[in-house]
Design a binder for this molecule. Structure first.
Ligand SMILES: Nc1ncnc2c1ncn2[C@@H]1O[C@H](COP(=O)(O)OP(=O)(O)OP(=O)(O)O)[C@@H](O)[C@H]1O
Ligand SMILES: [Mg+2]
Length: 215
């Protein structure tokens, strides 16, 4: 999967490095624009290691590590296990989020409620994820996890309003699926748009939650 980026000898050194820290059975899992993801087990838990791609210009994962630490224990993003470097490449080891990106997932009402609560909590903490709308970073499984905080920062947060746009208001494959699945009409969409405007003014999430709860 990553052979063209990682010559065999370097791979072997990397796997040995992982083995020495107790990261068992590493296997290539996914390739992002800035990182390579390997899945494995550590202390009986499913984990991933996100390693900066050797071909991305000195990519620094320290900010992502810092933000994940602030979110520790809040149920928004899987816990950080370790942050370090391997042969000059930054890496993060964290718990695995079971599920699939919302871009492809079958979204239940309970997921919508969890997305609202978790993005509102991020807003309240003053952290803007920055890439909510793409649909690649919300993992839908039994629960909901938000991953990839590389573009996140302490700035005016727009997480919940971005999520509402992605889920209901923008023209994309996620909203199309949700509109069809829940049989949403233009009245509902106007109401959710108004509730999002109200949330922007008051930071009160109740209007949005009660609309979604009525589905
Ligand atoms: N903690 C996790 N649990 C489960 N899957 C994960 C986790 N972290 C990353 N992944 C998977 O690896 C992919 C890439 O991870 P991530 O988005 O953090 O990397 P990236 O290099 O920033 O990618 P992108 O270019 O898509 O932003 C994700 O889309 C997801 O499928
Ligand atoms: Mg990314």
């Amino acid at each position: 999967m990553f052979e063209h980026l990682f010559p065999r000898e370097r791979f072997q050194r990397f796997y040995k490095f992982l083995e020495e820290k107790g990261f068992e059975n590493p296997s290539p899992f996914s390739k992002g624009t800035t990182s390579l993801i390997f899945k494995g087990k550590m202390h009986e838990e499913n984990v991933i290691i996100k390693l900066a791609r050797p071909d991305s210009p000195r990519y620094n994962l320290s900010r992502e590590a810092e933000i994940i630490k602030v979110l520790e224990g809040r149920g928004i993003t899987p816990a950080l296990i370790e942050y370090g470097t391997f042969e000059g490449l930054d890496y993060l080891i964290r718990r695995f989020a079971p599920g699939e990106p919302i871009l492809y997932a079958d979204v239940e009402k309970q997921h919508l409620i969890e997305i609202v609560k978790k993005t509102a909590l991020l807003d309240a903490l003053g952290i803007d994820h920055g890439q909510i709308q793409g649909g690649k970073h919300i993992i839908i499984g039994k629960g909901v996890w938000i991953i990839d905080f590389e573009k996140a920062g302490f700035r005016k947060p727009k997480n919940l309003t971005s999520a509402i746009a992605m889920l209901f208001l923008n023209d994309n494959s996620i909203s199309k699926r949700i509109i069809t699945k829940f049989g949403l009409n233009s009245d509902f969409l106007s109401l959710i748009m108004e509730a999002a405007e109200e949330y922007k003014r008051s930071r009160n999430v109740e209007g949005i939650l009660s609309l979604i709860s009525s589905l």
